[in-house]
Design a protein around this ligand. Structure first.
Ligand SMILES: NC(=O)c1ccc[n+]([C@@H]2O[C@H](COP(=O)([O-])OP(=O)(O)OC[C@H]3O[C@@H](n4cnc5c(N)ncnc54)[C@H](O)[C@@H]3O)[C@@H](O)[C@H]2O)c1
Length: 321
């Protein structure tokens, strides 16, 4: 299989590419290596896969550039993970989301239609559930009330994927990821920020006064779900599935596990819920189990330990010698 992975220098993308290479797939990567967060981390992820992939440093919103990628490579499947991620940043820079997530995803669908590429697996997000009160969140629940622009772009991606499935017979499987964490993780996310601040004796911002709840999902479980989706998308034809650990953890508890693992107490700066954020996420994964025969395997203690081991190793040269 020759698989195009967009966002392949990203956190989830780089792990997915590694897994595909390990089992012998050919991989084409598109990533614009933007500076939303530390570019060096993206370059380091890329270094691990660069020798084995065809890499294009390119914006998915560039239709002509993307057309060349499809023209130059006989692509069998697309795994579309590139996006402007982050809920809070979408209040600061809405147009980055419009460009990467809306225009970028439309380009991918149009080019798949044009080049006769049938299978698409793409990243959606638990944020589409907005402030829904009923938990766990089921893919049958109403998701018409997003509370951030990021969430709205992810919902838009699901809607246009359905249109291309309906009109042009594309097989589209959307995956609503729930707070993904693990080695090589994103510097803008809580686990990374808390670990860094605690090690540097700086205070951490604890939103919703520590009462936030998140369904933290370890990266290897996400990769397993993405790879199974690629294998099954042509039979499934169209679906949207939750990929979450289905075990929601309160923020205070999450911080306690980090403290225990680091052997250090955090200085907590208690703050209210931030605009655009949701108080709780919790995945109902019954349909995912049925469609993908998938089940999450890594619990929060084990996952945090693996992240911290990676973090200390990766940054020891620079900070903690
Ligand atoms: N990490 C999570 O908890 C989480 C949760 C829900 C959904 N998601 C979604 O999963 C996907 C991967 O997320 P991630 O955590 O790996 O984020 P990431 O930011 O680490 O990865 C995204 C990659 O896409 C690239 N990119 C962004 N805009 C681009 C553009 N216009 N053209 C080309 N490349 C571009 C970035 O440079 C980055 O390397 C995203 O679609 C994200 O919205 C992630």
């Amino acid at each position: 299989m020759k698989i195009l992975v967009t966002g392949g220098a990203g956190f989830i993308g780089s792990h997915v590419v590694q897994a595909l290479l390990n089992r012998g797939d050919e991989v084409v990567v598109v990533d614009n290596i933007n500076d939303y967060y530390d570019v060096q981390l993206k370059k380091d992820r890329l270094k691990m896969i660069l020798q084995e992939v065809t890499f294009y440093e390119l914006d998915i919103a560039d239709l002509e550039g993307m057309r060349k990628v499809f023209f130059d490579n006989k692509i069998d499947q697309v795994c579309h993970l590139a996006a402007q991620a982050g809920v809070r940043y979408s209040l600061e820079n809405p147009f980055a989301y419009e460009k990467a997530n809306n225009v970028g995803t439309l380009n991918i669908l149009e080019l798949m239609k044009e080049f006769g590429v049938k299978d698409l697996v793409y990243a959606s997000s638990s944020s589409v559930y907005g402030g829904n009160k009923k938990t766990p969140f089921s893919v049958e629940d109403n998701v018409d009330r997003p509370v951030s622009l990021y969430a709205a772009t992810k919902k838009y991606n699901e809607l246009i994927a359905h249109v291309y499935h309906h009109l042009y017979g594309l097989n589209c499987l959307g995956l609503r990821f729930f707070t993904v964490y693990g080695p090589l993780g994103r510097p803008d996310m809580a686990l990374f920020k808390f670990t860094k601040a605690i090690l540097e004796d700086k205070p951490i911002d604890v939103y919703n006064f520590g009462n936030m709840k998140r369904d933290f999902t370890f990266i290897t479980d996400i990769v397993d779900g993405v790879v199974r989706s690629l294998d099954r998308v042509s039979e499934v034809k169209y679906s949207v599935l939750n990929l979450g650990n289905s075990n929601t953890v309160q923020l205070n508890r999450f911080i306690e596990i980090i403290e225990k693992e680091l052997g250090k107490k955090a200085e907590r700066n208690l703050m209210p819920l931030q605009p655009g954020d949701v108080p709780e996420t919790f995945a109902d994964i019954e349909k995912t189990k049925e469609v993908l025969s998938w089940e999450p395997k890594v619990g929060i203690e084990e996952g945090i330990k693996k992240f911290i081991d990676w973090y200390k190793g990766y940054y020891s040269k620079n900070y903690y010698g």
